[in-house]
Design a protein around this ligand. Structure first.
Ligand SMILES: [Zn+2]
Length: 81
């Protein structure tokens, strides 16, 4: 390991595990996604490469969807037109 590049950015375990999985270091615009949503599960099978912007919007959408589902669970669904 070389620590002289400073960034804690590159010391994240999940980034290193994914880099090993795909056989190359991650680019600065690439991010690691935890498939099961558990950020402490750094098993290679749980890690997926995502573009940085896409990753953020992916989680934003996920939160919105969960919000809608939660709302629907509390309120009877009315489908009249
Ligand atoms: Zn993610």
């Amino acid at each position: 390991m070389c620590n002289d590049h400073g960034g804690a950015y590159w010391t994240y375990e999940h980034r290193m595990v994914l880099a090993e999985k795909i056989g190359r270091p991650l680019n600065i615009n690439e991010d690691t996604h935890h498939i099961d949503g558990n950020p402490t599960n750094n098993h290679p099978d749980n890690l997926e490469l995502m573009a940085l912007g896409h990753h953020q919007s992916f989680h934003t959408k996920q939160k919105v969807q969960k919000g809608i589902q939660g709302f629907r669970a509390d309120v009877p669904v009315e489908e009249d037109k």
